[in-house]
Design a protein around this ligand. Sequence first.
Ligand SMILES: N[C@@H](CCC(=O)N[C@@H](CS)C(=O)NCC(=O)O)C(=O)O
Length: 200
Amino acid sequence: MKLYYSPTSPYARKCRALVIEKGLENKIEMVEAIPFDNPEELHGANPLGKVPALTRDGAPALIDSPLICEFIDTLNDERWVPESGGPRWAVLRQQAIADGLIDITIGRRIELWRDEKLHYDFWIERWGEAVKRTVAVLEHERGQFERSFDLGALSVAIALGYLDLRFADYDWRADAPGLAEFYARWSQRESFQRTEPPAQ
Ligand SMILES: N[C@@H](CCC(=O)N[C@@H](CS)C(=O)NCC(=O)O)C(=O)O
């Protein structure tokens, strides 16, 4: 199996960190693919041209990080996604909020990439506010995940790390000191240190 990733993609980082956490590096080869270079191999695995994508022997490639993470979780007995009931929905909900936080941070960044006179302030402000609102909710709800080692907690930590990379002028630690402690603990983990995005 090959996991296509780019070093700055937070969705791919979530999958890479999960592979390390679950001790599956001997089963999944990591292949760097920069989407904007349009690598053919990546397009073969994911026609959308996005990372992450996971190829499998004798079965179609999987795309979209939540699906890839669910699949990775089935590869051994250590469960990072509870199999059923309330705990399962809680973890998947945390992942959805964290991934959504990444989605709007990327949307805001793409807007800021444009030539300044083409900036659409409506979206920059709307997404900036949504980021702050979501951080406040995660701070309030952190008791549900701050001591957990599952896909929900992992996803939240990855999303907070992405704020540092792409929304660095927002001091989220000042708004959310509890999340800051949670994130500091995850930052010590080998899975985080080995997947840290390059400084921009
Ligand atoms: N929902 C997808 C999002 C994947 C995604 O947007 N990846 C970005 C990198 S962070 C990408 O490959 N972008 C290239 C493009 O949009 O063309 C997931 O969770 O895997």
